[in-house]
Design a protein around this ligand. Structure first.
Ligand SMILES: [Zn+2]
Length: 198
């Protein structure tokens, strides 16, 4: 029951009882009828509230388990893949513990590397794109809002302008990655990380 429906129900209950009260008053038994009307009105309001809450509780209970467990599992897989994918990108772009930031071009130590997304990672179609993700220094990634102009120049130098334009064109593609795909990608990047570490 929506809030507006609840208010309408309450008002109608009160009106019904007020009309009974008015009729009783004309009859000359106002006091007894008045008490009866008040008790009945509050009783009815409480009952309607109780029924409303019970209905809401039931609906919540029905919705919760399925949706919540699915979301949690999927969110866990995404978090796990983010972690291993980020490590892969940082290792891929480093040599002897040093990397070159895609945006500012400075050489820094591996510990200073973030996995920076050119197209924001909210776009699932490019969240795990090896071209869209590159080692970026913490300063550019966290304090310069990704240093996007520098990032674009760095990408063009690394992959060429046509590839970068293709990447930009793909950012609005809708993409739903299944849990199975997420699991397979976790395994794949875990393997790649192990190869690079050895
Ligand atoms: Zn940088």
């Amino acid at each position: 029951m929506r809030k507006s429906e609840k208010i309408i129900t309450r008002v109608s209950i009160v009106l019904v009882f007020l009309s009974i009260f008015a009729a009783a008053f004309v009859d000359g038994r106002a006091i007894v009828a008045g008490e009866f009307v008040l008790i009945a009105t509050f009783g009815a309001l409480e009952l309607s509230d109780y029924l409303h809450k019970r209905k809401e509780k039931k609906m919540k209970w029905k919705r919760k388990p399925k949706g919540k467990s699915q979301r949690t599992n999927r969110a866990k897989l995404i978090a796990k893949l983010d972690k291993v994918f980020s490590l892969y990108i940082r290792l891929r772009d480093s040599e002897n513990g040093v990397f070159r930031c895609i945006s500012c071009g400075k050489y820094k130590r591996f510990e200073q590397a973030d996995c920076g997304h050119y197209v924001n990672r909210q776009h699932m179609s490019l969240r795990y794109s090896e071209m869209n993700c590159n080692a970026q220094c913490r300063h550019c990634n966290r304090f310069l809002e990704g240093n996007i102009q520098g990032y674009r120049r760095g990408l063009i130098a690394k992959y060429g302008e046509p590839q970068v334009e293709l990447l930009e064109a793909m950012q609005n593609k809708t993409c739903k990655i299944s849990e199975f795909e997420l699991q397979e990608m976790i395994k794949y990047y875990q393997m790649k990380v192990n190869e690079l570490k050895n």
